[in-house]
Design a protein around this ligand. Sequence first.
Ligand code: FMN
Ligand code: SF4
Length: 405
Amino acid sequence: MLPAPGTPVPDVFSPGKLGNVTLRNRIVKAATFEGRCPGGRITDELIEFHAEYARGGVGMTTVAYLATSPEGRTDRHQYHWGMDDGGMLRKLTDAVHAEGAAVAAQVGHAGAVANAASNKMSAMGPSRIPAPTGMAITKACTEADIDRIVADHVRAARGAHEAGFDAIEVHFGHNYLVSEFLSPKLNRRKDSYGGSLENRARFARRIGRAIRDEMGDKIAVTIKLNMDDGVPGGFWVDEAVQVARWLEQDGSADALVMTVGSSLLNPIYLFKGDAPLAEFAATQPAPIKLGMKIVGPKMFKEYPYSDAYMFDDARQIREAVDLPMMLLGGIVDRPSIDKAMGSGFDFVAMGRALLREPDLPLKLQADDRRRSLCNHCNRCMATIYSGSRCVLREYVPPIPARSGS
Ligand SMILES: Cc1cc2nc3c(=O)[nH]c(=O)nc-3n(C[C@H](O)[C@H](O)[C@H](O)COP(=O)(O)O)c2cc1C
Ligand code: SF4
């Protein structure tokens, strides 16, 4: 619900409670796929990536996209739960805790976003739908697949708890598998998982409840839920309001993180800003590069960026549920943070602003006029296969020529 007039507004640098965990402040590093797990191996580079955000002052950092299932990896250079991590996830959580921050694991199944050719396994969807990165058509999940993937989510939650994570973020967004089930465009099923919203949400609700039944309050659970796929005929905010209400009734989430867009059909809608088509095409193998030349301009549409660009939609969810919520999308300075805090959001999540400057929280704390240096060029998106990074961070200004020497 929106806060009643006169309700004190929490300061973003005050501690915030997320399930049974207390974060030292209310700034969360949003999941940005790191590209630091060759062959699924957790590396020291991945650990250092997250330790840097912890040193930079976030309340919690999120390790992006640890797949629930082998075929749910976007490609083979990704960890999936059930693999032996050689104790490296524990090393990661210890390193973040040593810097005073909490750490979440994002868990999910990529559905049609998975690269079947790289994984050497069919990608899965609610129905048979084109899976462009692996140049294949998904296998439609059987009821047995659904049962197994629900159980894989529970295994992921258990694994995250055992490795010392404080929270898991369950991915119900971006037209990954669960979000594909929610979408009336992508879900063409005729059984109890397709058709009405109640049916399309059945898979999501089963996952949420199964995790809670197994884990209780041993680990905090956040759910990253789409509110608008950005695709005609896709999942839309009025349906997201109802799904958020059901998740609240089910008691499956400690907080909701609302998001938008489709990694499958409309990726820039997630971010707003520039569409770095040429940079993205350059990272792809030849046949996909050619395909991108043809369909790229249609798929990689640009959208005008504005600060706190998900606020208006997320506020509709805020009005509908009492659950704690994080505001994501274009959180870059004190005004965008204060807008969230003053409207009943309990946390803010930042992706690109922290990629650009991992120590932005400390900078904002020292100077409340400070604004992120991220210019939403989105060129970091093209680096996800080679170690995600802000391309501007690598830029070293030329040393001015010294006269008279
Ligand atoms: C390089 C990069 C990688 C991303 N990887 C993921 C991911 O693995 N999982 C996810 O849910 N979102 C991912 N995102 C989306 C962010 O979590 C976030 O939703 C989006 O960037 C909007 O927030 P921002 O305006 O603070 O950047 C990624 C974003 C970027 C820039
Ligand atoms: S490359 Fe850097 S400046 Fe550009 S959007 Fe990504 S984080 Fe921001």
